[in-house]
Design a protein around this ligand. Structure first.
Ligand code: 13P
Length: 244
């Protein structure tokens, strides 16, 4: 059982529509009933749902965040993109950057660094994702990979108070596989040594079963949850089980 302040961040990826938002009512009433628990819930829905969700969550303690953004803070001729100021404008407090699904599409560490800088300037908190592939894990170069992602991604960012690191091993995302407890503890310790004072979340196949093991890792500051965050009951179960 923990009493620690934990983050539970829902990354809906490209799932959800206006109808789906009704399912969040259950989570809203859960947070209202559980005021004494110290936790922060953040929903990162697809861009199409940011504004309606922001309105829906207005009188609650739940925050919203974007799933990515453009590196420029200015309006511009960039078809299909939104920037950090625009996220802020619709009520977002957070933005996920450097997610492996976007790295795989070609986002470089340099680009991620520009996005982080611009988001911080816009007053957002950044959920900065890092993680190794299965191939890199097998080669035993996980720490080297993480070090490279951290040092390039956070280059020139002196004040890290608005940075939260999400360690998401690529091989664990959507696969049902999670790291061994001691491995995860060691990696989080490694990240916290490299970036002093930063909160570190874990992401990858977090669900109401795996949480029983994941919550034992006492240096983790919360979870970035994909699939299981789309069903309110599962999301609530994860939170409940973390504290029980
Ligand atoms: P799953 O929880 O579906 O494995 O996704 C993790 C993730 O990518 C969150 O950003």
């Amino acid at each position: 059982m923990t009493n620690k302040y934990m983050y539970f961040i829902a990354n809906w990826k490209m799932f959800g529509n206006l109808k789906t938002l009704n399912s969040i009512n259950k989570v809203i009433s859960f947070t209202k009933k559980n005021k004494k628990n110290k936790f922060k819930l953040v929903y990162c829905p697809p861009a199409s749902l940011l504004f309606p969700l922001s309105k829906k969550l207005q009188a609650t303690s739940i925050d919203i965040g974007g799933q990515n953004c453009h590196e420029s803070q200015n309006f511009g001729a960039n078809t299909g993109y939104i920037n950090s100021k625009m996220l802020k404008d619709v009520g977002a407090k957070y933005v996920i950057l450097g997610h492996s699904e976007n790295r795989q599409l070609g986002e470089s560490d340099k680009l991620i660094n520009s996005k982080i800088q611009s988001s911080i300037k816009s007053g957002l908190k950044v959920i900065f994702c890092i993680g190794e592939t299965l191939k890199q894990k097998k080669k035993k170069i996980t720490k080297r990979v993480l070090f490279s992602q951290i040092s390039k991604g956070l280059k020139k960012i002196r004040n890290k108070k608005n940075i939260i690191i999400a360690y998401e091993p690529v091989w664990s995302i959507g696969s049902g596989m999670i790291p061994r407890e001691y491995e995860l503890f060691e990696i989080i310790k490694y990240i916290k040594n490299k970036v002093r004072g930063v909160k570190v979340l874990y992401g990858g196949s977090v669900n109401s079963k795996s949480i029983k093991n994941l919550k034992k890792i006492n240096n983790v500051d919360g979870f970035l949850i994909g699939g299981a965050s789309q069903v309110s009951k599962n999301f609530i179960d994860i939170i409940k089980k973390t504290y029980n």
